[in-house]
Design a protein around this ligand. Structure first.
Ligand code: XUL
Ligand code: CO
Length: 439
């Protein structure tokens, strides 16, 4: 097999003092943290689309990067060259998982049977590579947003014929996820929303999306898919309003339609911030509802109002994310870099630097979060802050759920003024976090 990334070595851990740009400074795959190897805490995945397909085109300019990998674009030879490039790339970085949309793998044909035949052929090839290397599928999904037929949505389309195409693509993508041994199957509803309520029957659209998800669960279980289905919340872009706005909205939707037993959430950092939340907020909401599934790791730019999908650099954010993940019992899914290099970072070297940055940032997040947990003072503070619910008769009464408004009003009458327990301690805790991280 011809090497594609010829000037780039396998990336190894060299420690924080290393000056080698092609080395990890913090990600040490076999290092044990809180009883588990870093590589187990951090099941990193490569996104097929950003890594092997996207060439840096934006609304104002054409491609800057060349992802032909020596083959004519759009051919099966090109699809295979992407597989070769992807597996070499993941191998050199020590990444053990990948994620894909159907149309990332092959060029879509005019006829869906031809597209499916191409998908069969390419996944045979991926499977071979997977067996050789041990690199596996984290999750698969159907792209139900790029093709013009989805201009009015997929599950939320006003056209039953478009709805059938969405069903056909989901069916095939589920079969391929099972074939490739994927841990999960994702629904990201990029076009499942609306531009104006003037033309929209929101109730019908949402019920139709739920019907499609229900059929997907039934079919997936029938063909032996034992993994989790994920919804990936995002509030906007490309649509003005998307139905899976944020974690709380998506959980409400799944519960309302009886889908919550089969679904968890795939939380993306930049989607959280677009929704006006921190990444850790979205992870907490998922975890406390037993629905923390997988993560799309990236970060946005707070000066911009869209999804910039940057490689993670913000160590505080990675630290607070890992705190939520560790406290939530880890991820059944993984950490998919749904991230792209900036347009001028168009070389193969830039692709490696981007992943080294992302993996080291998350490794730092893990190391810091473990230190905070082992230190114990943060958890102790929170425990103490709510201690009156355990230690007082009134607190215990409220938690028991066995009380009435009248009873509590009676207690209030006897109190005079409520005792005000210690405040939030925000500044003290922030200083504590800094002292643990940098101390
Ligand atoms: C879009 C996005 C998608 C999903 C998969 O913002 O995050 O790439 O992750 O469809
Ligand atoms: Co994503």
């Amino acid at each position: 097999m011809k090497e594609i990334f010829v000037r780039i070595p396998e990336i190894k851990f060299e420690g924080s003092e290393s000056k080698n740009p092609f080395a990890f400074r913090f990600y040490d795959a076999d290092k044990v943290v809180l009883g588990k190897k870093m590589s187990e805490h951090l099941p990193f995945a490569m996104a097929w689309w950003h890594t092997l397909c996207a060439e840096g085109a934006d609304m104002f300019g054409s491609a800057t990067a060349d992802k032909s990998f020596g083959a004519r674009k759009g051919t099966m030879e090109h699809a295979k060259a992407k597989v070769d490039a992807g597996f070499e790339f993941m191998h050199k970085l020590g990444i053990r998982y990948y994620c894909w949309h159907d149309v990332d793998l092959v060029q879509e044909a005019d006829d869906i049977s031809e597209t499916n035949a191409r998908l069969d052929e390419i996944t045979d090839y991926i499977l071979e590579k997977s067996k050789e290397t041990g690199i596996k599928c984290l999750w698969g999904t159907a792209n139900l947003f790029s093709n013009p037929r989805y201009m009015n949505g997929a599950g939320s389309s006003n056209s039953p014929e478009v709805y059938c195409f969405a069903a056909a693509q989901i069916k095939k993508a589920l079969e391929l996820t099972v074939k490739l041994g994927g841990r999960g199957y994702v629904f990201w509803g990029g076009r499942e929303g609306y531009e104006t309520l003037l033309n929209t029957d929101m109730a019908l659209e949402q019920e139709n999306i739920a019907r499609l998800m229900r059929m997907a669960v039934e079919y997936g279980r029938k063909i032996g898919f034992g993994g989790d289905f994920y919804v990936e919340p995002k509030p906007k872009e490309p649509m003005k309003h998307q139905y899976d706005y944020d974690a709380a909205t998506a959980i409400g939707f799944l519960k309302a339609h009886g889908l919550d037993k089969h679904f968890k959430l795939n939380i993306e950092a930049n989607h959280a911030t677009l929704a006006g939340h921190t990444f850790e907020h979205e992870l907490r909401v998922s975890a406390m509802n037993g629905m923390l599934g997988s993560v799309d790791a990236n970060q946005g730019d707070m000066f911009l109002g869209w999804d910039t999908d940057e490689f993670p650099f913000d160590v505080y954010s990675a630290t607070f994310a890992m705190l939520e993940i560790l406290r939530g019992g880890g991820l059944g899914g993984g950490i998919n870099f749904d991230a792209k290099t900036r347009r001028p970072s168009y070389t193969y070297e830039d692709m490696f630097h981007a992943f080294i940055l992302g993996m080291d940032t998350w490794a730092l997040g893990l190391i810091n979060a473990a230190k905070i947990i082992e230190d114990g003072r943060l958890d102790a503070f929170v425990k103490e802050r709510y201690s009156a619910y355990r230690d007082t008769d009134t607190g215990r009464k409220i938690l028991s759920g066995d009380c009435t408004l009248e009873e509590l009003a009676e207690r209030a009458r006897g109190l005079g003024k409520p005792r005000l327990p210690s405040g939030g301690g925000q500044e003290k805790l922030q200083a504590l976090i800094n002292s643990i991280i940098f101390g």
